[in-house]
Every structure is written in structure tokens, then in C-alpha cells.
Design a protein around this ligand. Structure first.
Ligand code: ADP
Length: 740
């Protein structure tokens, strides 16, 4: 402890609310001083005094311990000695505060020991006044708070730990809360699910009900079996089809219910599906139902089977109708005798198309008379008794032609008449009297279609289809079919009539030609005969001039005879009166027969004729005379239409893909034929080269006859020609198989 004045003066620097106390009496003062000195010296806290300039003036033992400086070392030095340099800047402000008489309590800062180490320190600085009350410095009580700091740090750490734990707890709590919330949510969800399930099961119930309604409503029979083939569901239609209530079936197997089930292919099929769990389809006549049925069976969950039964009576009928139409078309296409064809058609229509079928044909489709003359050409019914009844009905109660319904209406309008469902009320309304009604009822007509027979926009008759005892009804599809049939039958009738007319006309033409030819030949023979007699001088001497005239008469009558022969021949061929006697004709020999006579003609016309010989073993199957006739015809034409100096060649060859035909060719270097006329020259009376030919030539029947003959012998005559260059006519005939 210093003994300096200022230290004495400031020795009473014990902090006591404001400032130091100065004793009254010296003794008292000395005592007080000593006490004070003892306090200062014994203080646990470092006590330091400094001037306002910061010079240390007092330093107690505690300060020595704390800072490491002895009082001697430090007193008189700047207070900055014990302040770390980085905090020196605080000091002026502290000194200034003291100078203003302010106290600085509990300043926590850092101070520096003699060894340079730093320590946390808590300071309380109070101003020191002199006797006059002037501030002359400051006293500072300082405590090393390292320990406290450590404690504090420990506490802080502890607090922090606590805090951490609290946080953890909080977190755990939060998690618990979260879990709780989650649980709550799950509970809510569960509840919602339960609700939804409840709703869904209601829905499921509803849709099951809807499904049941649908299954009930479908026109198919529907049944379900469990894995032991017991009925678990039978819809109304199935129960109806089998005529047994569903309750009697449920829980039982088909074999338990139906005695015939063991033999039923349907039951066998269901059992098969039950085993294999693969779908199957079966069509057949179901004996229990008495109708054709298609059954489709599918595996159901859990090893069961569901099955649909469809009554395919109608489908079968449609299929049969289509098949019928195709048969009918073939039948009609071959029609030349339409009465027989229509009878066959009506017979084929029953019972496929209806229980009855009748076909009426107008005798004069172009006539305007009303009622028209009508002929029932065909009627078919399964039951002859019903046929008789129907005949009786039409004779006793003839057709009312003033009506616009039924057959009269169809013939008048050309539109079909269709009554799908004939009720008893309709019969009552349509009946002429009680007897008529009784007959109508007996016929039991249920459904009727009358379709017109139409061709070339004319009605030729009507086809009537009736459903009666089978209790079936016609549908729109049947109507369409009947209309189609009516059209086809109409065309067939029309064609047959046209053909019949044409044949009749042809026959009378041929007859006329034959008669005329015959009648012409008689006087012609007389002319030729008498001319020859005269030329022979039987009637007296004949002058040279008369001879020339007689020669002209002979030429003309020969020409006329040829013409008449041609016409007669053609008429015979056309009317099918020409007889053929087929034989195996060796071609080369037959050709050689005619060439002697032809080569003579060619020579007269100054033409080169060549016969290219063929294999003598080659033969054709033909009538020998007709074969020669055709060859002569072709050769004569070649000579006729080839100018002098030209050439004509006769040749033959084996042709055809199977070498089964023989072609005989007549080629010339003559006038040729324009391409546009190539097919026409085979028509009767067609002539192209009017100017070339001589008066005595034919009338254009030669090629027509030649081709007809060839075709009658399963052969043909064809031509290739170039105008101005020449022509080649080819006769092909089947090769004789006996002589290959
Ligand atoms: P026609 O010889 O009596 O007139 P065809 O029926 O034999 O009658 O012949 C019909 C027509 O074909 C002849 O008028 C002629 O114009 C033509 N024709 C036939 N053969 C030949 C041929 N070889 N060359 C050219 N034209 C021919």
C-alpha cells in the first residue's frame, strides 16, 4: 500500500453511495484510516486508484495477486499497462465519465496481467474527490471473473443443454403430437373408408339389382352355376324357356332336375366349361325347348359357369331364307319352262319361307282389262287338305277386284302387301259372310306377304307367302326377301316368255323357208329339165343363138337351185332338223377328197392352189359329210374372193393345250376383210364384197352355215384377215381320241 499523499487523500476511496467520507477528529481519522487501510489491504478484490490522467496511484495486495505487478512496479505507470491494447480506446471515455463525477458500476471487460495473459474482469469505478470536493481521480474495484465466467459458461452450457433437451423434448412432443394427428387422420380416413365402403356396398347392391334387372330383361335365357354345377341364378327368360320356375332350379344341378340331362349335349358342354374354365359355344335343337338354340357358356369366378341361351329359330330362318334365295336364283336362271320352274320354286319355298306359297301370273301383262286374266301357276302347302281348302276358298269366294288390298292392290300398284300379324278382328272385318269367316278361321292365316313379279317395269304376277299353322310371323327381312324373290321370278318369267316367243317366231320362219324352198324347187326342176330337153334337140333343131340362151337359163337355174339349197339347209340347221352322224374322220384323206375338184376351179381362175399334206394318222371326231361341206365352203370362198394370180393354201395342224383339237386352215392372198366386219361375216345374209362376186354366187349364208355346223360338232370356225393382203379361215374340231 502506498504512503503517497494523494493516496492518503484518496485512501478513503471505499465506495459508499457517492463518495468518500473524511473523519472529524484526527484520532478518529487515524482509526478510520487504519480500518480503511486494513479493508483495502485485506480486500479479496483488487483495488486500484488512478488520476484523471490515468496514472495508477494506489495498488492493493489483491491487485498484486491478480495482475502480477507489485505496487512498486506499477504505481506511477499508466493504467493502460493493465489494459489489453485492443481495449485502450475505451479508457478516455471512462476517464471522462469519472471526471464528470459519474460512477461506472459493474463494467465487465478484459484486463491484462503482467505476463500478458488476459482475464475477464468486473469493475466498479468511482470518482475520488479531494477535501474541497474536486474530482482528482478514480478508484477502481476489480474482480477477476474468470471463475465466474467459467461458472457462467458452465451454466450457459448447462442451460444450453437444458435448452437442447427442452428442444428435444419439444421435438419429441411435436412428434408425438404429429403422431397423434396422424393417428387422428388415420382414424378419420378409416371412418371415411368405412363410410365409402358402406356407400359402395349400397352401390354394389344397387348395381347388382340393376344387373339382375338387365339379366331378367334380356331376351336370352341366362343361368349361372356354381363350381358344383348347381343353379345359382336363373333369369325369367330361361325359366320361361324351360317352363319351370327358377325357385325349383336354384341349388340343384341339371342332372337332379332334368331326367334327360345326362344325354343333353348342352349339359355336357356346361360341365366341360366348369371343368376346363374355358368358354364354349354350342348350337343345336334343345329337346326341352323344342326350338333351335345357341348356348354360350363362360367360366365364372370361383369355378362356376354362366350360360346364355338364345332362341335361334329366327336366325335359322334368315339363314335358310338366304340359302333359299340362292337356290331359287339357280332354279330361275335355268328357266325356259317357267310354269315348271315356278312350281318347283313354290315347292322349295315351303316350309322354309312360309307355310304356303302361291304364284299367280298375268296371262297378258300388257293388257289393260280389269280384272285381268290371271293364272295360278303354282301353289304349295305342306298339308294337302289345306290346299284343297284354299282352292275352295278362291272358287267360292272369288277375289274382289275392286279392292285396293291383297293381290289386286299389288298388281295395280306394283308395291308389295305385308301384314305381319293377322288378328281375328281383321278376319272378321275382311270376311264377306259367316261361311267365309269360318273358312278363313279354319285356314288360320297368321301373317302374309304378297310381292309382285316384276320385270322391265311391268307387273307379271304376284307371289303370295303365308304363315299359318306354324304360328310364325313374317318380319321386315322376310318382306325384303319376298320382294327380291318376286323380282327374280319376274325376270325369269319374262325371259322364258321372250325365249318362247323368239323360238316360236324362229320356228315359223324356218318352217316358212323350208316350205318355200321346197315349193320353189319343183318349178325350178321343171325349168332346168325342159331347157335340157330343148338343148338336146328333142323338140327340134336348135340354133346357135338358142343354145346360148338355153345355157344362160341353165346357169341361172343352177344358181337359183344353190340359193334355195342354202336357204333350206340354213332353215334346217336353225330349226335343229339337221342330223349328224359323228365318226372318226382321217383329216388328210378327207381333204384330199375335195382338192381334186377345188384345184380345177382354182386353175380356171388362174390361182395357185397348194395342199400341204398332214400326218395321215390324224383324225377328227365329226360327221364326214358335214366336215367336207365346211371345207368346200371355205375353199370356194377363198377362190371367189381372191383375184387371178393369187394363191390358196390348205393345211392342218394339231392344236389346243392338250393337243386334243385339229385345226384345218384355208389361207388366201385375196381381198381380205375389214376388221370391223370380221365378226359380222358369220351372221346370215351378211356380204362384204358385193362388187367382187359374180351374179351366180351365194346370198351370204355360207359362213353362217359353216359355223353352225362346226359348233354342232363341238368345233368352231374363226377368221384372221388383213384387208388387201388375204384371209385365213380356220376350222377347229375335236381330235378323235381313238386315233391319237
Ligand atoms: P357369200 O359368200 O355367199 O356372200 P358367206 O357367208 O360365205 O356368203 O360369206 C360372207 C361374206 O364374207 C362374203 O360376202 C365376203 O364378203 C366375205 N368373205 C368370205 N370369205 C372370204 C374370203 N376368203 N376373203 C374375203 N372375204 C370373204
Amino acid at each position: 500500500m502506498s504512503s503517497q499523499d494523494n493516496e492518503h487523500e484518496t485512501g478513503a476511496g471505499e465506495a459508499r453511495d457517492g463518495g468518500p467520507v473524511i473523519g472529524e477528529s484526527d484520532a478518529q481519522a487515524a482509526l478510520a484510516q487504519a480500518r480503511l487501510a486494513a479493508i483495502v489491504t485485506g480486500s479479496e478484490d483488487a483495488i486500484v486508484a488512478k488520476t484523471l490522467e490515468g496514472i495508477i496511484t494506489a495498488w492493493n495486495p489483491a491487485a498484486e495477486r491478480v495482475f502480477g505487478y507489485t505496487a512498486d512496479e506499477i504505481i506511477g505507470r499508466s493504467v493502460l499497462t493493465i489494459i489489453p491494447p485492443e481495449l485502450h480506446f475505451e479508457e478516455p471515455a471512462i476517464l471522462a465519465k469519472i471526471a464528470r463525477g459519474e460512477r461506472i458500476a459493474h463494467l465487465e471487460t478484459v484486463r491484462m496481467r503482467k505476463d500478458g495473459s488476459r482475464f475477464p474482469a468486473a469493475l466498479t469505478i468511482s470518482p475520488i474527490r479531494d477535501g474541497a470536493g474536486r474530482i482528482i481521480g478514480g478508484s477502481k474495484i476489480l474482480r477477476d471473473i474468470t471463475e465466474r465466467r467459467a461458472l457462467e459458461a458452465e451454466r450457459a452450457q448447462y442451460l444450453q443443454q437444458l435448452e437442447h433437451q427442452a428442444l428435444e423434448l419439444e421435438l419429441a412432443n411435436q412428434q408425438l403430437q404429429d403422431n397423434a394427428a396422424e393417428l387422428e387422420q388415420q382414424a378419420e380416413e378409416l371412418q371415411a373408408t368405412a363410410l365409402a365402403l358402406e356407400e359402395r356396398s349400397e352401390e354394389a347392391e344397387a348395381s347388382r339389382a340393376t344387373l339382375a334387372t338387365i339379366v331378367e330383361a334380356v331376351t336370352d335365357g341366362f343361368v349361372a352355376f356354381d363350381d358344383a354345377m348347381r343353379y345359382t341364378f336363373v333369369n325369367r327368360r330361361a325359366a320361361e324357356m324351360w317352363g319351370i320356375p327358377a325357385e325349383k332350379l336354384l341349388g340343384k344341378t341339371p342332372r337332379e332336375v332334368w331326367p334327360a340331362a345326362a344325354d343333353s349335349p348342352f349339359v355336357a358342354m356346361f360341365e366341360q366349361v366348369c371343368r376346363s374354365q374355358r368358354p364354349e359355344v354350342l348350337q343345336g335343337d334343345a329337346p326341352l325347348l323344342g326350338v333351335p338354340v345357341e348356348a354360350r357358356a363362360y367360366p365364372a369366378g370361383g369355378g362356376g359357369v354362366v350360360a346364355f341361351f338364345t332362341d335361334i329359330t329366327e336366325r335359322r330362318r334368315q339363314e335358310q331364307a338366304a340359302a333359299f334365295l340362292s337356290d331359287a336364283s339357280q332354279l330361275l336362271a335355268s328357266a325356259t319352262d317357267y310354269e315348271t320352274t315356278l312350281k318347283n320354286l313354290a315347292a322349295a319355298a315351303v316350309p322354309r319361307l312360309g307355310d304356303w306359297c302361291a304364284v299367280d301370273v298375268l296371262s297378258d301383262p300388257d293388257g289393260t282389262a280389269w280384272p285381268p286374266r290371271i293364272e295360278r301357276v303354282a301353289v304349295a302347302h305342306q298339308d294337302p287338305a289345306k290346299l284343297e281348302l284354299a282352292r275352295l276358298l278362291t272358287t267360292r269366294f272369288p277375289q274382289d277386284w275392286t279392292r285396293d288390298t291383297g293381290t289386286p292392290g299389288v298388281l295395280r300398284t306394283r308395291e308389295p302387301s305385308f301384314i305381319p300379324d293377322i288378328t281375328d278382328a281383321m278376319l272378321v272385318a275382311g270376311a264377306q259372310n259367316e261361311a267365309h269367316l269360318a273358312m278363313l278361321r279354319q285356314l288360320a292365316i297368321r301373317s302374309i306377304i304378297i310381292a309382285p313379279l316384276v320385270a322391265r317395269d311391268r307387273v307379271l304376277g304376284a307371289i303370295t307367302l303365308v304363315m299359318a299353322e306354324s304360328d310364325r310371323r313374317f318380319t321386315e327381312a322376310d318382306l325384303a326377301l319376298a320382294v327380291d324373290l318376286g323380282r327374280r321370278a319376274g325376270v325369269a318369267v319374262d325371259n322364258a316368255r321372250l325365249l318362247r316367243d323368239a323360238q316360236a317366231a324362229n320356228a315359223s320362219k324356218s318352217q316358212f323357208l323350208a316350205t318355200m324352198s321346197h315349193e320353189l324347187r319343183q318349178p325350178l326342176n321343171a325349168i332346168t329339165g325342159y331347157a335340157e330337153l330343148m338343148a338336146m334337140g328333142v323338140r327340134g333343131a336348135v340354133t346357135e343363138e338358142q343354145h346360148r340362151d338355153l345355157e344362160r337359163i341353165k346357169t341361172s337355174s343352177t344358181h337359183l337351185t344353190t340359193l334355195i339349197s342354202d336357204i333350206l339347209e340354213f332353215a334346217r340347221i336353225e330349226s335343229g332338223q339337221l342330223a349328224y352322224a359323228p365318226a372318226d374322220v382321217p383329216v388328210d384323206a378327207a381333204l384330199a377328197d375335195v382338192t381334186s375338184f377345188i384345184s380345177l376351179q382354182a386353175e380356171q381362175r388362174e390361182q395357185h392352189f397348194t395342199h400341204e399334206r398332214c400326218d395321215p394318222s390324224v383324225a377328227v371326231r365329226a360327221d364326214p359329210d358335214r366336215f367336207r361341206q365346211v371345207i368346200v365352203n371355205l375353199l370356194t370362198n377363198a377362190i371367189k374372193y381372191t383375184p387371178p394370180g393369187g394363191s390358196i393354201t390348205l393345211s392342218c395342224a394339231i392344236t389346243g393345250p392338250a393337243q386334243n383339237t385339229v385345226a384345218v386352215r384355208v389361207s388366201d392372198t385375196g381381198a381380205g376383210i375389214p376388221a370391223s366386219k370380221l365378226s359380222a361375216i358369220f351372221e346370215p345374209f351378211v356380204q362384204v364384197h358385193q362388187s367382187l362376186k359374180q351374179k351366180s354366187d351365194g346370198v351370204g349364208l355360207g359362213l353362217a352355215i359353216a359355223r353352225d355346223i362346226a359348233r354342232h360338232m363341238a368345233g368352231d370356225v374363226t377368221v384372221e384377215s388383213k384387208e388387201g393382203t388375204g384371209s385365213t379361215f380356220t376350222l377347229t374340231l375335236p381330235r378323235a381320241s381313238a386315233n391319237p
